[in-house]
Design a protein around this ligand. Sequence first.
Ligand code: FES
Length: 128
Amino acid sequence: MYNDIVMDHFQHPRNVGEIPDADAVVEVGSPECGDTTKIYLTIRDNRIVDVKFQTLGCAAAIASSSMATEMIKGKTLEEAWKLTNRQVSDALGGLPEKKLHCSVLAEGAIREAINQYRKKKGLLPWTE
Ligand code: FES
């Protein structure tokens, strides 16, 4: 049911772990299944120079977090903010429709982490 790209990111996830002195750390939960994903960001000059994740989620959540973290590494905060779960799913070659909600976890965690950082810097959080 999962394609080769999804299986690869599930079995060999990129950017797993934690960043002890991260500039932003958030954990988000999925209302659909109760699983959670935690994202750590290191930000320098408005750019994401490092990102790590930990997830208590299914194969699709692991693959999505792995792909999403790869896609935002090196990007500006504005670019990372625009990343949608649909883009992550497309980059994975598609997730089964029933598993699309798993990719929302990574997108939500990245956005919350960006806003946590903005608030720390005294900036207004971004909305849609
Ligand atoms: S079923 Fe919970 S994240 Fe996929």
